[in-house]
Design a binder for this molecule. Structure first.
Ligand code: SF4
Length: 408
């Protein structure tokens, strides 16, 4: 498993796989061909199917500027290695081919290049499952975050502090903005209104209202190309900051507590990323929002003083109850159902944490088993439900046929 720096990437939305990853690939490519004047970009599979809504072309063209960029969209063509592929060819002013490369955007902003034998990020953990993590905690009488800090370099807590500051900033900016989101759905930002109403509501509603507000704030920032942290992706970036912000205020937590919780949540996300997938194009939304919910549930138990076994239980529930969740963004925009889904997952994450804390951590289905189940379920999902916007809500709703009419 790689460093948590690879999981918590700080960058610009709206999509880790469709904008952050392709942008990185384009930057790497143009660095090799500094004299190129024209670039031909082929977008395959999911990158082509939802790339317009996700603004993939804009992210790539920005990275390749000032080159002249031509796009070839091939939504029906899925390459074997991954559903998100992009080919780049560089040409000189005279039209001579200078070089070409094929990249895969494999989820969470990470890219893999065809034929690359030296992946850029080194492995810092053995290929751990949660069972062996729990065993390490039991044997040593220590916490999950302590294993993370032991394996990573000494700079990790500083990086996690930076990630937390970025999350807080995204919550703050999202709560302060009103108006419609970009992209053509004319979807109204809701975080501001939710926050104002929640603050005046009774304690029962306040908890859900605040969690919704914070998740909406970050997801709306993401949808408008704002700065977010992949947790584990851009589309699911609202869940973890929401739960952390709510608990920080409720329990009067210090930044150092949050950094430890990010370590625990990161271990959960890293296991899913390594053993299954965090890519909506590969596994549907269960891989994105399901994983985000598991990470946030784990962080919440950590912050509320639970044991490693209770953390494992909460994470298992967070993922289990998202199994089978499809990815079907309307018009390919990371807005419907994504934004509301982050809000719903934030409250579910805290519910899973409460539930696990009421137990001694013993339960029947292990986190590792549910991760494997999610992987298999993702493979079984039709490609219509894996970020191609050709099925589900993207196909069968009024909003998808007449975007201007939607108020949801
Ligand atoms: S439906 Fe889920 S997986 Fe698909 S783009 Fe939205 S948040 Fe990402």
């Amino acid at each position: 498993m790689k460093s948590l720096r690879e999981l918590y990437r700080i960058g610009f939305g709206p999509s880790s796989s469709h904008t952050m990853g392709p942008r990185t690939a384009a930057e790497r490519f143009i660095h090799r061909y500094k004299n190129a004047k024209k670039i031909h970009v082929v977008l395959y599979g999911s990158l082509a199917a939802t790339g317009k809504g996700h603004m993939t072309d804009r992210a790539i063209a920005n990275a390749l500027a000032p080159c002249e960029v031509h796009f070839d969209w091939r939504p029906q063509e899925f390459l074997k290695t991954h559903a998100n592929a992009l080919g780049l060819q560089a040409f000189s002013t005279e039209g001579k081919l200078l070089g070409e490369s094929l990249f895969y955007s494999v989820g969470g902003g990470a890219i893999v290049e065809e034929g690359d034998k030296n992946p850029e990020a080194p492995e810092v953990y053995p290929n751990l499952g949660m069972t062996s993590v729990l065993e390490w905690c039991r044997r040593n009488g220590r916490h999950i975050w302590e294993l993370v800090f032991e394996k990573e370099d000494v700079g990790l807590p500083i990086y996690l502090q930076e990630a937390w500051s970025t999350m807080r900033q995204a919550v703050q900016s999202g709560l302060g903005l009103q108006g419609a989101l970009p992209g053509g759905l004319n979807l109204e930002r809701k975080a501001y209104g939710f926050y104002q109403k929640s603050r005046r509501s009774d304690p029962v509603f306040r908890r859900s209202g605040l969690l919704y507000s914070y998740a909406l704030a970050v997801s709306e920032e993401n949808a408008s190309l704002g700065k977010v942290v992949t947790a584990p992706t851009c589309g699911s970036a609202g869940v973890l900051p929401s739960v952390l912000t709510y608990l920080r205020d409720l329990l009067d937590l210090k930044d150092s507590d949050i950094v430890k919780a990010l370590g625990t949540a990161g271990m959960v996300g890293n296991i899913v990323k390594t053993r299954a997938t965090i890519s909506g194009a590969a596994g549907g939304c269960q891989a994105e929002v399901g994983t985000a919910c598991a990470m946030a549930a784990a962080a919440a138990v950590e912050l509320m003083g639970g044991t490693p076994k209770q953390i494992e239980y909460a994470a298992e529930m967070g993922l289990e109850h998202h199994l089978g969740l499809t990815c079907d963004p309307v018009m390919g925009l990371v807005q419907i159902p994504c934004i509301e889904r982050n809000a719903a997952a934030a409250t579910r994450a805290l519910d899973c944490a409460d539930y696990a804390l009421l137990t001694d951590g013993e339960h029947r289905i292990s986190f590792d088993e549910v991760v494997e189940t999610m992987r298999q379920t993702g493979e079984d999902l039709s490609s219509r439900y894996r970020e191609t916007s050709t099925g589900g809500l993207a196909r069968h709703t009024k909003a998808s046929r007449n975007p201007q009419s939607t108020g949801s």
